[in-house]
Design a protein around this ligand. Structure first.
Ligand code: BEZ
Ligand code: MG
Length: 481
């Protein structure tokens, strides 16, 4: 009989299933050491999460003019319990060391996988990939989205004697062994505000690549800059704009607001809004310079869209910004290029990274969240706000469908069946949050009305009645039962 921490500990865990007890008893000393490390990290994390009351104490202390202890920010899954307790004055990272070495390794790998995925689907290299740059994701991954861009370009950081990044340089094309892929970088306002230096480095890299003495077939950045300059008779400076987002002081693409308020007539308006909001270029001499011309030209050239999802915390259907960013962009690209573009989401939650396409991601989220009793029953336990969470997913599904048509009929059918046609569930929702139930009903009717959901006339009739009934009750015309 072995004598060690886990097995000794096991004596007090006789309640564990027998197969687990025997699994633990038969572990090799090495595996046992590894397991013990994980168990201890888990215990540490659980303990800190259970006593994480610092947030409110720190807030009150700060409001009284007290000092808030500093601490590096991070992600509880990636960085572990070191980021706890919260309620401290967090500093995100050292901007001179972004991307980190690890982020570079992961980003280079992801870039190759994106290229491979494109080749598998189309048999050719992508010439342009549109990569989303969000601020929080870049902070939490220590720069993975930037590293993906460097990978696609075939570039790497150049560091000074202290290991700080001073610029990006090109990997020789012979060593790269494939063409440099052009990248249209669509940033968020948060990225713009946080990563000014990074945008300068990336802008300089675009110009470096565009002036490299390499043939067009091995350097798509140069190819596109030459094409644009010849076609539109614009300067090298104008033609090399690749980082786009909102103008200073503005945040978001506004497409989520259009969906939320139903203030759009035709689908094209959503993609057009994306362009309108994102036509400001950054990096180097550009500081929000309007350059709709080059953005429009680059949108025509986009072959694939890519966005990283850095954590399991939020998925595509959990907030409105994913469809308002990569969803709306895909619509704008398809309208302009006349071809279907793949949208790739990079799951980067663990040591593995995985590329998923939009349609399968939406299906997976539908099955595991909105249509999963474990998910919605837990939401319902949170009362009014839980019902509002479920209801907002209906709005986001509409957003995805309007921008990308990626929501299958069965997802709409099952959502209506689960929440609106089931009497017990409907009554529960009505008691908890009648406005939420009304939104859910209204969104289904809207999806059908806009031709996004091919519902049966029978179902539509039931929904119309339900909607009118809820409206009457909410306006006080009818008494709630
Ligand atoms: C960002 O971190 O850039 C971001 C966060 C939430 C929504 C959109 C962007
Ligand atoms: Mg995120």
């Amino acid at each position: 009989m072995k004598s060690n921490h886990i097995n000794r500990n096991l004596d007090s865990h006789n309640h564990l299933p027998e197969d687990l007890q025997s699994f633990l008893k038969n572990l090799s000393p090495e595996d046992e050491a590894k397991l013990l490390k994980i168990v201890n990290a888990g215990k540490d994390l659980l303990g800190k999460l259970q006593t994480n009351e610092n947030e409110i104490h720190s807030l009150l202390n700060a409001l009284e003019g007290g000092y808030t202890l500093p601490q590096f920010g991070g992600d509880v899954i990636r960085d572990g319990s070191a980021v706890l307790p919260t309620g401290r004055n967090i500093h995100a990272m050292d901007p001179w060391r972004i991307p980190s070495d690890l982020a570079m390794k992961r980003g280079a790998h992801i870039a190759e996988k994106l290229i491979e995925a494109h080749q598998e689907e189309n048999g050719i290299y992508p010439e342009t990939i549109a990569q989303v740059l969000w601020g929080m994701d870049t902070i939490k991954t220590k720069g993975e989205p930037v590293a993906i861009i460097l990978g696609l370009f075939g570039a790497e950081p150049i560091k000074d004697g202290q290991g700080k990044i001073s610029s990006y340089g090109l990997i020789p094309i012979e060593k790269l062994g494939r063409p440099r892929i052009d990248v249209l970088m669509t940033a968020s306002g948060i990225f713009r505000d946080t990563f000014g230096m990074q945008m300068d480095f990336l802008d300089r890299l675009v110009q470096l690549a565009a002036s490299a003495d390499e043939p067009h077939e091995m350097n798509f950045i140069r190819k596109h800059v030459d094409e644009i300059m010849a076609e539109k008779r614009i300067t090298f400076e104008q033609a090399t704009a690749r980082i786009f987002t909102q103008r200073e002081g503005d945040y978001g693409t506004y497409v989520d607001d259009q969906i939320e308020s139903s203030s759009w007539q035709e689908e094209n308006e959503l993609g057009d809004m994306f362009i309108k909001r994102n036509s400001y270029s950054y990096g180097g001499k550009r500081s929000g310079t309007e350059n709709t011309l080059v953005l429009e030209l680059m949108m025509k050239k986009v072959d694939r869209i890519s966005q990283e999802i850095d954590s399991v915390e939020y998925g595509l259907t959990d907030h409105q910004h994913y469809f308002a960013q990569s969803g709306a962009m895909s619509q704008a690209v398809e309208k302009r290029s006349g071809k279907k573009v793949s949208v790739s989401y990079i799951e980067s939650y663990t040591s593995e990274t995985n590329i998923q396409n939009l349609d399968s991601m939406i299906r997976m989220e539908a099955r595991t969240k909105i249509l999963n009793p474990k998910w919605y029953d837990t939401m319902l336990k949170n009362g009014r706000s839980g019902a509002a969470e479920i209801s907002s997913r209906f709005t986001y599904l509409l957003g995805w469908s309007a921008t990308t048509k990626s929501v299958d009929k069965w997802v709409f059918d099952e959502s209506a069946k689960t929440f609106l046609f089931d009497e017990e569930m409907r009554n529960k929702l009505e008691k908890l949050n009648p406005e939420a139930l009304k939104n859910m009903t209204g969104r289904m009717l809207e999806a059908a009305g806009r031709g996004l959901w091919n519902a049966s006339e029978d179902d539509l009739e039931k929904l119309r009645e339900l909607y009118a009934d809820l409206e009457d009750k909410l306006e006080g015309i009818k008494v709630t039962s």
